[in-house]
Design a protein around this ligand. Structure first.
Ligand code: NAP
Ligand code: ZN
Length: 350
């Protein structure tokens, strides 16, 4: 065991504080990563605040991790000391079920092991990326192409794959009209990736305040959902809607924007149930779907796709002391477009 610096939530209601956590010894198939940057995902906030259910505290969150391999176990073949690597939302799965065999480890039939707040195989509770080091089994460690700017790479491990996977699955591409609801961490990556895939992209944001950014990221159109006319103007327009909103929205209003056979995919994860009228689905034979992160193979494909297309998240690098303030800014939709913690500052804070 090694003791490393970290930031942790002491409870669901207290601010995060500097602390130390234990990392396991490097096993034969493990990789020790010196973390350079960790992104702040809205899921971190939902989790530490207990919105998705009770947690065991203190809890260190963070599942957008990028760093350098510092040590490898004796049987590791995929990564070498010095490699630039990443870790996303899961650190293990059964590896044997039908879904794992398909490369869909996020849907492991025995449940994947989340990067934080999950029971690890040794019975301990996993602790996430707001820390200086992490030990992860090599199969769940991704190779991060050198051409992706280092500080911008971390958010790809969650925001990138969570939007790439449904865009890929529902065939966003030339000739398809895609709407992205919410221009935050996930939303801005959905716009960039859908545009790079060749789709025509529209942003549906609460206001027009980020319109220039949305267009710079590749959107052709940008509408404010606070304006009721938006829903009249855009009725039956889209093949695919990616909803990234972290709060409850009026599903029927958004579903009515789908054209024949269109699909709305929810990746936003509000705690409350979202009601909808099935008649909205009957009309135009619409589908309502959900999607959770992506498998390891697809995550690597996404990283390579972003490198090839010169796509990277827009980030604001912060020091550890600014984490709590950053949480408040995420909650008030004041994020441009992902906060990334410089983990070198964790040691100073701790
Ligand atoms: P984020 O950066 O806070 O972005 C969410 C955006 O939603 C905001 O920027 C805002 O965009 C919009 N929004 C927020 N509150 C709203 C409200 N009350 N009504 C309408 N729009 C609102 O969050 P994120 O990190 O992208 O995560 C988004 C959601 O996805 C979270 O619930 C997160 O837990 C979830 N998530 C799911 C997965 C998965 O596997 N499915 C993976 C990662 C995250 P505008 O300012 O443009 O309106
Ligand atoms: Zn996330």
């Amino acid at each position: 065991m090694t003791t490393v610096h970290a930031y942790a939530a002491p409870s669901a209601t207290d601010p995060l504080v500097p602390t130390t956590i234990e990392r396991r010894d490097v096993g034969a198939r493990d990789v020790l990563i010196k973390i350079a940057y960790a992104g702040i995902c809205h899921s971190d906030i939902h989790t530490v605040r207990g919105e998705w259910g009770p947690q065991q505290y203190p809890l260190t969150v963070g599942h957008e991790i990028v760093g350098v391999v510092e040590e490898v176990g004796s049987e590791v073949t995929r990564h070498q000391v010095g490699d630039r690597v990443g870790v996303g939302c899961m650190v293990n799965s059964c590896g044997e079920c039908a879904n794992c065999a398909e490369g869909e480890e996020q849907y492991c039939l025995k449940g994947n092991v989340g990067t934080y707040g999950a029971k690890d195989r040794d019975g301990t509770i996993t602790q996430g990326g707001y820390s200086t080091h992490v030990v992860v089994v090599e199969n769940f460690v991704l190779s991060v192409p050198e051409s992706i700017p280092y500080e911008a790479a971390a958010p790809l491990l969650c925001a990138g794959i969570t939007t790439y996977s449904p865009l890929n699955h529902w065939n966003a591409g030339p000739g398809t009209k895609v709407a992205v609801v919410g221009l935050g961490g996930l939303g801005h990556m959905a716009v960039k990736i859908a545009h790079a895939m060749g789709a025509e992209v529209t942003v549906l944001s609460q206001s027009l305040s980020k319109q220039e950014d949305g267009k710079r990221f590749g959107a052709t159109d940008y509408f404010a959902t606070s304006d009721p006319e938006t829903f009249e103007k855009l009725a039956m327009s889209f093949d695919l809607i990616i909803n990234t909103v972290s709060a409850k929205i009026d599903l029927d209003a958004y579903l009515s924007l789908l054209r024949l056979n269109g699909t709305m995919v929810n990746v936003g994860a509000p705690a409350d149930a979202l009601p909808l009228h099935v008649f909205t689905l009957f009309n135009q034979r619409r589908s309502f779907a959900g999607s959770g992160i992506g498998g390891i193979r697809e995550t690597q494909e996404m990283l390579d796709f972003c490198a090839e297309h010169g796509i990277a998240p827009e980030v604001e690098v912060i020091s550890a002391e600014a984490i709590n303030e950053a949480y408040e800014r995420v909650l008030s939709s004041d994020v441009r477009y992902r906060f990334v913690i410089d983990t070198a500052t964790l040691a100073q804070a701790g």
